[in-house]
Design a binder for this molecule. Sequence first.
Ligand SMILES: NC(=O)c1ccc[n+]([C@@H]2O[C@H](COP(=O)([O-])OP(=O)(O)OC[C@H]3O[C@@H](n4cnc5c(N)ncnc54)[C@H](OP(=O)(O)O)[C@@H]3O)[C@@H](O)[C@H]2O)c1
Length: 222
Amino acid sequence: MQVALLGGTGDIGEGLALRIAAETDHEVLVGSREESKAVDAATDYEDVLAEHGHDVALSGHANDEATALGDVVVLAVPPFHVTDTVDAVAAELDAGTVLVSPAVGMDKSADGFSYDPPGVGSVTELVAATAPDEVPVVGAFHNLPANRLAHLDDDLGIDTLVVADDDDAKRTVVDLADDVGGLRPVDAGPLANAPEIEGITPLLINIAMNNDDMHDVGVRFL
Ligand SMILES: NC(=O)c1ccc[n+]([C@@H]2O[C@H](COP(=O)([O-])OP(=O)(O)OC[C@H]3O[C@@H](n4cnc5c(N)ncnc54)[C@H](OP(=O)(O)O)[C@@H]3O)[C@@H](O)[C@H]2O)c1
């Protein structure tokens, strides 16, 4: 399977690219608004993977090309740019593409971070409302600590909650997450449950900010 990471040059894109390339047989396509930036990032990730004993090739593409090639397309871009990004690649999306949203809207104040969802309830549901009707949307990876993903020597031992209305698309993303060692996908129901998942992310950041020994914390449901 080809996994395209739009905005794959950023933090969560890097973490997902490295883990998926290192631990699965799926092909990773790094996407960017600028093709040359994606190509450079893909080369950098290959170097990191080689340092860890993984001889894997990644490719870099403009976001629209990565979308056209991808079986799974992850919107690894800031929450306030997901709709622009979906619009920019919409012509390359079809019923055979699984579109994944990990984005979370947050506000920062003196107290810390708080959840700031869009009017439709969650960024995941906003993506579903923006994407062409036939494209199945899955919410996943919202609560993953990017930095920990990128440190390939760190054991993950964390969960990722997955929501979707399309069972086949959800299964595809559950299987993808399951292929990554130490990452356990947990089915959290339909897209309507995305706000509860996205709302965990500011909590995790507040925990990290207030506890020196809990940087890059994730969740594990026991
Ligand atoms: N960081 C985490 O630990 C983490 C964990 C879980 C979920 N998330 C979610 O994942 C998403 C990405 O987070 P991140 O920390 O990786 O963000 P980031 O590093 O700030 O940005 C990711 C990429 O988004 C692209 N981008 C920036 N501005 C854009 C714009 N105006 N339009 C389209 N693309 C733009 C950039 O790629 P190019 O310049 O190459 O196009 C950038 O490298 C967010 O929605 C966040 O809520 C993050």
